[in-house]
Design a protein. Structure first.
Length: 126
């Protein structure tokens, strides 16, 4: 039996996490959740998800700070990250101070479900 891929959904809005959970579970992914950057870092270190969906605007540690913390930790540095944010629409990674590092994609809100799933499959196939 093939193991389902684990996706950590990080967003401070519970309704967005719930929406993504339903959509991803319907596509046979195992879904983990975190409501902020601090818990995302801990959860990623404990569970080693195959991919992280990460909001940019969150209280406390925002998505950019969370991204940098995850990439600096050898145990989570190779996990692909897809940013999901209204801020991301039509902007370049450099505008978000992400640097030239690979291992992330930016998907602007609102996004289509098929666009999200296609981006996830591309990130997981690398």
């Amino acid at each position: 039996m093939e193991t389902r891929k684990k996706i950590l959904v990080v967003d401070d809005e519970a309704d967005i996490r719930a929406f993504l959970r339903r959509r991803l579970e319907a596509s046979q992914f195992e879904v983990l959740e975190a409501a902020d950057g601090f818990s995302a870092i801990v959860r990623a270190g404990e569970t080693r998800p195959d991919l992280i969906l990460l909001d940019i605007l969150m209280p406390g540690k925002d998505g950019i700070e969370t991204y940098h913390a995850l990439k600096q930790d050898p145990s989570t540095s190779k996990i692909p990250i897809i940013f999901l944010s209204a801020l991301a629409k039509n902007t370049a990674p450099a505008q978000h101070n992400l640097g030239p590092d690979e291992g992330y994609a930016i998907l602007g809100k609102p996004y289509q479900a098929e666009e999200l799933l296609q981006t996830i499959h591309q990130a997981l196939s690398v």
